[in-house]
Write a protein that binds this ligand. Structure first.
Ligand SMILES: [Zn+2]
Length: 416
């Protein structure tokens, strides 16, 4: 063993990586590496690996010099510093140079999603800052961490089971079918297979900021509508008796926002600031029907005289209205509200006025000596529209009055 001398093994985590001639030599190389790293990042660092220098007996020819030792150790060693980690639900997720930086990161994250300064800001996840050694290459900056917290989150997924339909999956996970299709553009429902994995949402941040606050909002109270029945107006007609006015109320809400997006809104109470004024509408209920028994459906008598000739067969031909007697020039009034659709000479009817009342009903006033209305004019029940005469096919002055429903003559006596 004449060639055997004392040599030193350099072990990294228990494994020999080199043999050197002297222990001091090895120590100085290691110390130099630590010093350089500390200077590089401006903080005192420590080795992560366990280093051991121990005496061994070995052929001197196998030993390496300082430069070679440095080249061997350089890629093997990693360093740590006294920093801090942010744990998310118990898992160390972000490493910082200091506890101050870890706290600054969390504060900035909160600030970014503080919708209301009086709100309570919390994290959805359990967050803990722990002061501990962190590996130099894992240390991140506040800015990088703020970006990564959003970009490196998780995407909730669903694995297709036997019997699933697209609708089941969407409904079961509380998202619209369209959103599910949008999140999975390559997915074809008709080719859905058991075990296929579908995205259920966009990326979810690693840490979610929840802001809970109260807010008072002014809201309009729509004016209520009150409907009154008016038997003096025809069915289908209506008029506004009172214009409504909207009211105003202050509503206190408890609002929950996740990452700046409102996810829940609960009304806590409200105060009426201005009462509403109802809109009141009158709607006509009067119906024109061929029945003496119907109290609401009467027409006004178009002239004062008695019925001198009834509706029906007369002298072998049909009398399509009734004749009301009266002297020449006595007033003729509209039997109901309506619109004048004829006011002209009309063959045997002579001067003839037709008034349409809607619903297919028209009243006709014939043999008039004069006409006081024109086509298109609105007339009111009882309004004078002309005067009794004997124009057209007649033997003397009288009013020939007809009630036509969808063009077919009805017995006017049933409507008066
Ligand atoms: Zn007649």
């Amino acid at each position: 063993m004449t060639n055997a001398q004392n040599t030193y093994a350099v072990k990294v985590d228990g494994k020999t990586v080199a043999t050197v001639a002297g222990a001091k030599q090895a120590e100085s190389v290691i110390n130099q590496l630590i010093k350089e790293k500390s200077e590089e990042i401006g903080r005192q660092v420590s080795l992560v690996q366990e280093l051991e220098i121990s005496k061994v007996r070995l052929d001197r020819k196998a030993v390496v010099d300082k430069d070679t030792l440095r080249q061997i150790l350089y890629p093997l060693l990693t360093y740590s510093l006294e920093g801090a980690v942010v744990k998310v639900d118990g898992k160390a997720t972000f490493a910082f140079e200091s506890i101050e930086e870890a706290e600054e990161f969390l504060e900035k994250l909160k600030e970014e999603y503080t919708i209301d300064p009086r709100g309570v800001i919390t994290f959805k996840e359990e967050i803990e800052v722990v002061e501990m050694p962190v590996q130099v290459e894992q240390v991140t900056t506040v800015q990088t961490a703020l970006a990564e917290v959003k970009e490196k989150g998780t995407i909730p997924t669903y694995t297709v089971k036997e019997g699933d339909t697209l609708w089941d999956i969407a409904y079961g996970n509380n998202i619209p079918v369209e959103k599910l299709e949008e999140l999975n553009p390559d997915f074809k429902p008709e080719l859905m297979q058991i075990g296929q994995v579908l995205r259920l949402s966009d990326i979810q941040p690693i840490i979610n900021v929840v802001c809970t606050f109260e807010k008072t909002v002014e809201e309009k109270i729509p004016a209520p509508v009150e409907v009154k029945r008016n038997s003096a107006m025809l069915q289908g007609q209506s008029k506004v008796v009172q214009q409504g006015e909207d009211g105003l109320k202050e509503v206190q809400y408890k609002i929950v926002a996740k990452n700046g997006v409102v996810t829940d809104k609960v009304a806590l109470g409200e105060t009426v600031v201005k009462e509403t004024k109802p809109r009141i509408e009158e709607r006509g209920t009067r119906v024109l029907v061929a029945s003496r028994d119907f109290g609401g459906g009467r027409l006004a008598k178009p002239s004062a005289g008695a019925i001198v000739s009834p509706f029906g067969q007369r002298w072998g031909r049909m009398h399509t209205g009734i004749d009301l007697g009266g002297p020449n020039g006595s007033p003729v009034v509209a039997a109901e509200n309506g619109t004048v659709v004829r006011a002209s000479w009309y063959a045997g009817y002579g001067n003839c006025v037709d008034v349409s009342h809607g619903g297919g009903m028209v009243t006709r006033y014939a043999h008039l000596s004069k006409m006081d209305v024109s086509v298109g004019q609105s007339v009111q029940r009882g309004q004078v529209i002309g005067a009794i005469g004997s124009t057209g096919n007649t033997t003397g002055p009288h009013l020939h009055f007809e009630v036509l429903v969808n063009g077919s003559p009805q017995n006017p006596a049933n409507y008066l």
